[in-house]
Design a binder for this molecule. Structure first.
Ligand code: SAM
Length: 251
């Protein structure tokens, strides 16, 4: 069997949380086809004390507990030793990090190995952030109870970009954000449902008209809900004309 193109190494206190994603859907199929690999490391296995303690009180006081540095450093050291490399991207999953995006998923998908560190409690001892992490990634401006669900989201988004994980390359290229825009509206059968009709052009079989309609709708949707995305894009002349007409409508 060929070597998998990307291997995720996840440090967590709850490895069982990753079981469902390994059993179902695109990710499960990609694992069985050896297109991706997932290794889970229980941080508690890297403790050396009798109580297998992974957390402790913050110096200076304050609520809650912090993840201790020793077991996390020890787990990362052991993975790097096993891979015989000191240069493995090591992502700290944290609400304080840079916001995850399609662009970051593309960058991460270029790596052969990625280490992800899932936090719990009140988060990490700062030395983990300063000395171990090469990247600190957030899922958004909110706080969840642990890094496992954010890590699964990252792994899923990165895996979709690995060749052959998603059946057709077209479906990734049509996805929102791939070309910097939100995806155009889509419809399936029936063509008429509760007096709601599928736009006629989509039933016309005219590929050029369908392409134009989709481009217009994609820009309209982005204009309405995520205008910040348009500001970052180098628009074609046709796309600029669509935006100008939307500007005109909104005056
Ligand atoms: C309860 S949170 C700790 C939050 C921490 N006290 C802070 O304010 O930064 C526990 C863990 O959940 C994960 N987490 C919570 N919200 C997240 C987010 N928006 N993005 C990524 N990870 C998050 C992180 O791994 C974090 O260490």
């Amino acid at each position: 069997m060929s070597e998998s193109p990307i291997h995720f190494h996840v440090l967590t206190l709850f490895p069982d949380m990753f079981s469902p994603m390994q059993r179902q859907g695109i990710f499960s199929r990609a694992l069985s086809q050896n297109l991706i690999k997932l290794s889970l490391y229980d941080i508690r296995d890297y403790t050396t004390d009798r109580h297998r303690q992974v957390d402790d009180y913050p110096f200076g006081g304050g609520p809650g507990m912090l993840m201790k540095p020793e077991p996390v450093f020890s787990a990362v050291d052991s993975i790097k030793k096993q891979l015989d490399s000191n240069k493995i991207p090591t992502i700290l999953i944290s609400p304080q990090g840079n916001r995850f995006s399609h662009k970051k998923a593309m960058e991460f998908s270029e790596n052969k190995n990625i280490i992800l560190i899932c936090g719990r409690y009140e988060g990490f001892d700062e030395r983990i952030r300063q000395q171990l992490a090469t990247d600190e990634i957030s899922l958004g401006d909110f706080v969840v109870s642990g890094g496992e669900i954010p890590a699964m989201l990252l792994i899923d988004a990165i895996s979709r970009l690995v060749p052959n994980v998603v059946g057709s390359a077209d479906s990734i290229e049509n996805d929102s954000f791939f070309n910097g825009l939100l995806q155009f509206p889509q419809y399936t059968r029936p063509a008429s449902f509760r007096n709601m009709e599928v736009p006629h052009v989509l039933l016309s079989g005219n590929h050029e008209e369908i392409r134009k309609w989709r481009e217009t709708k994609s820009i309209e949707k982005t204009y309405k809900t995520r205008p910040d995305l348009l500001d970052k894009l180098e628009l074609t002349q046709d796309q600029k004309t669509i935006v100008e007409s939307l500007d005109g409508d909104n005056k």
